[in-house]
Design a protein around this ligand. Structure first.
Ligand SMILES: Cc1cc2nc3c(=O)[nH]c(=O)nc-3n(C[C@H](O)[C@H](O)[C@H](O)COP(=O)(O)OP(=O)(O)OC[C@H]3O[C@@H](n4cnc5c(N)ncnc54)[C@H](O)[C@@H]3O)c2cc1C
Length: 502
C-alpha cells in the first residue's frame, strides 16, 4: 500500500511542524512556500554584520521542566544544552515624571519594586502578584486533542489546577485591571508591557506570561527567529520531507467536494490525498478556495473580528554597546511624531545585545517596532518612489527621536533597515500585513476556551487549515502545536496511532 500524499501550503512554523509530524506518521508530504526561505513571520534577515529579527522575543517551553518542552523535544528543537537568554527584566516603562516601572521577571523582586513605586497600591499589587503565582500551575499540556477515554481522563486531571484561575481571569482585560492602580505610572505602564495589544487584551495572558518568565519556562532563543525556523526545516528534511520554495499556490484543486491538489502560480498542478493550508487564513478561504467553502461563523470572523495590528519596524546596526540598557525601553517623546500617518507619543526600543549572533562584539542591533496603518503603506507602495521616500523619512524620524535620548547615536549607525506592513504581506502573504493573525481580546480568549476555531471547512473533505489564523494567540508555540494537532486529527480519521518520533 502506498503512503498517503499530503501537500502543505506554507513553510511557516505551523506548516513546518505539520510536515515533520506528517513524515513521522508515514505520510509522504511536500511543502510549497512562496518565499525562498522557511519561517514565514518567524524570521530574521542579515544586513552586513547585523541580523535584524522580526519575531520571537520570548518562546515558551524553553525549560525542560515545562509541559511545552515536549513539543520541542519531539521536533528535536531544544535540549538542555540549547542556548537561551533568561530575562532578568523584560521591559522598562518610563513615565513623564522621571520614574520608571521595570517589569522584573522574578515575582518577589517585581512586587518589591511596585511597592516602592506605589505603597498606596499595596492591595492591588498583592492581588496582581498572587494571581501571577497561581498561573505558575497553569501550563497547558501540548496535547489538547485526546483520542481515547484514557487520554481524556489524563487531560482532565492536568487541567484541574488551571480551571479556577482561568475562570476568574478569562474576561478581565489588562486595562480593566490596571485601572485599579491609583499610581498613574503603574496604571499606564502595565498595559504597555505587551506591545500592540488591543484595549481588551486578556489579563490572563499577562499573568501566564509573567508566570512563565518567572519560572524560566519562557526565554529568548539565542540565534533568533530564522535560526529556529531553519532548525525545524532541517528536521523536516531529515525526516524525508520535500520543499518547493518560490512556489506560490494560487488555487486549491477541488473535485466532488474533495481537495485533490494544488495549482501554483506557474500553472503547474500537484495532486494529493490531503491538502493542508498553513498559510494566511483570508487568502486560503477567499482566494485559494474562492469563498466556496466557508461557514457563516467563519465568514463573520473575517468580517467582524479585529486582526492583529500592522507594524512598522525600523532596525539599526550601530557601532556602540547597548548591553547596559534594558532589553526593551518604552519611553515618552518630548513631542509626538507621525510615522506615516500614525501619531506616536512614545517609542519602544529593543536591543539584542544578549545574543552574540546578532552583531559583532561592541556593536548592537536595535529595533523600534511601532503600530502602522496598512492602507497608508499600501497607497505608498503604488508609487515606488513615494514608498522609498516614506521609508527613508520614518527612518530619519526614528533616528532623530533616538538621538534625543542617546546623544551621538546617529554618528554610530552603520546600517538602517525599514520593514513596513507591505514587507510583511509580501514575504508572508499575511492579510493586511497582520503580524500575528487575530488580535487577542478577552472575547477571543473565552471563545478559544470553549471550543476554538474549526480547522475543517463545511462540505470540503480531505482539507485542513492550520496555524495562527485558526489558533489565535499569535505565537510560535501555538502554530507548532496546531501542526501537530492537524496531523493527529488525520491519524485519528484513518484510525492509526499517532507517532511523535520518526
Ligand atoms: C513582530 C512580531 C513579534 C512576535 N513575537 C513573538 C514572540 O515573542 N514569541 C512567539 O512565540 N511568537 C511571536 N510572534 C508570532 C509568531 O512569529 C507567529 O505567530 C508564527 O510564526 C506564525 O506562524 P504560522 O506558521 O502560523 O504563520 P506564518 O508565519 O504566516 O506562515 C505562513 C506561511 O505561508 C506562506 N504562504 C502564504 N501564502 C502562500 C501561498 N499562497 N503559497 C505558498 N506559501 C504561502 C508564507 O510565506 C508563510 O511562510 C511575533 C510575530 C511578529 C511579526
Amino acid at each position: 500500500m502506498t503512503n498517503k500524499k499530503v501537500l502543505i501550503i506554507g513553510a511557516g512554523m505551523a506548516g513546518l511542524s505539520a510536515g515533520c509530524y506528517a513524515q513521522m506518521n508515514g505520510f509522504d508530504s511536500e511543502i510549497f512556500e512562496l518565499h525562498s526561505i522557511p519561517g514565514g513571520l518567524c524570521t530574521s534577515w542579515r544586513r552586513r554584520d547585523y541580523t535584524f529579527d522580526a519575531s520571537v522575543r520570548y518562546l515558551s517551553g524553553t525549560s525542560p521542566q515545562s509541559l511545552t518542552h515536549q513539543l520541542w523535544e519531539e521536533l528535536g528543537l531544544f535540549d538542555a544544552a540549547t542556548p537561551v537568554y533568561i530575562y532578568d527584566h523584560f521591559m522598562r516603562f518610563e513615565g513623564r515624571d522621571g520614574r520608571a516601572f521595570t517589569l522584573y521577571t522574578d515575582l518577589d523582586r517585581l512586587q518589591e519594586h511596585m511597592l516602592e513605586l506605589s505603597p498606596h497600591d499595596k492591595d492591588v499589587i498583592h492581588d496582581f502578584i498572587e494571581a501571577a503565582r497561581q498561573f505558575r500551575q497553569m501550563e497547558m499540556p501540548v496535547d489538547m486533542t485526546p483520542a481515547t477515554p484514557l487520554e481524556s481522563m489524563e487531560l482532565g486531571q492536568t487541567m484541574l489546577p488551571v480551571l479556577w484561575p482561568a475562570l476568574r481571569w478569562r474576561s478581565v482585560s489588562v486595562h480593566q485591571f490596571a485601572s485599579r492602580f491609583t499610581d498613574p505610572l503603574l496604571r499606564e505602564g502595565l498595559p504597555e508591557f505587551f506591545q500592540f495589544s488591543p484595549p481588551d487584551f486578556p489579563m490572563m495572558l499577562v499573568l501566564s506570561t509573567l508566570a512563565m518568565l518567572h519560572d524560566h519556562e519562557a526565554a529568548y532563543p539565542i540565534g533568533g527567529s530564522l535560526h529556529l525556523a531553519e532548525n525545524l526545516a532541517q528536521r523536516y528534511l531529515d525526516l524525508g520531507g520535500v520543499f518547493h520554495y518560490r512556489s506560490r499556490v494560487n488555487r486549491i484543486l477541488v473535485e466532488e467536494n474533495r481537495a485533490v491538489g494544488l495549482r501554483l502560480e506557474d500553472g503547474s498542478e500537484h495532486r494529493a490525498d490531503v491538502v493542508i493550508s498553513a498559510a494566511d487564513g483570508h487568502s486560503t478561504l477567499f482566494d485559494l478556495l474562492e469563498g466556496r467553502y466557508i461557514s457563516a461563523t467563519q465568514r463573520a470572523y473575517y468580517r467582524n473580528l479585529p486582526v492583529s495590528k500592522s507594524i512598522l519596524q525600523v532596525s539599526l546596526g550601530v557601532a556602540d554597546d547597548f548591553s547596559a540598557e534594558a532589553p526593551a525601553v518604552n519611553f515618552p517623546l518630548p513631542e509626538p511624531i507621525y510615522l506615516g500617518n500614525v501619531r506616536h507619543e512614545r517609542l519602544v526600543l529593543k536591543h539584542y545585545c544578549f545574543d552574540p549572533t546578532m552583531a559583532p562584539p561592541g556593536h548592537s542591533t536595535l529595533s523600534v517596532w511601532c503600530e502602522a496603518d496598512y492602507d497608508y503603506w499600501r497607497s505608498m507602495r503604488a508609487h515606488p518612489k513615494h514608498y522609498r521616500a516614506a521609508k527613508d523619512l520614518v527612518a530619519q524620524q526614528v533616528i532623530t527621536a533616538l538621538e534625543g535620548r542617546y546623544p551621538g547615536l546617529s554618528e554610530k549607525i552603520e546600517v538602517i533597515d525599514v520593514a513596513t506592513p507591505i514587507t510583511h504581506e509580501r514575504y508572508t502573504g499575511n492579510w493586511r500585513g497582520a503580524f500575528a493573525g487575530w488580535a487577542l481580546s478577552t472575547r477571543k480568549m473565552s471563545m478559544m476556551m470553549t471550543g476554538g476555531m474549526n480547522k475543517t471547512l463545511p462540505g470540503l473533505e480531505n482539507f485542513l487549515m492550520l496555524g495562527q489564523w485558526v489558533e489565535p494567540g499569535g505565537n510560535v508555540e501555538l502554530s507548532v502545536a496546531s501542526g501537530r494537532d492537524g496531523i493527529k486529527d488525520l491519524c485519528n480519521a484513518l484510525d492509526r496511532p499517532f507517532a511523535t518520533r520518526a
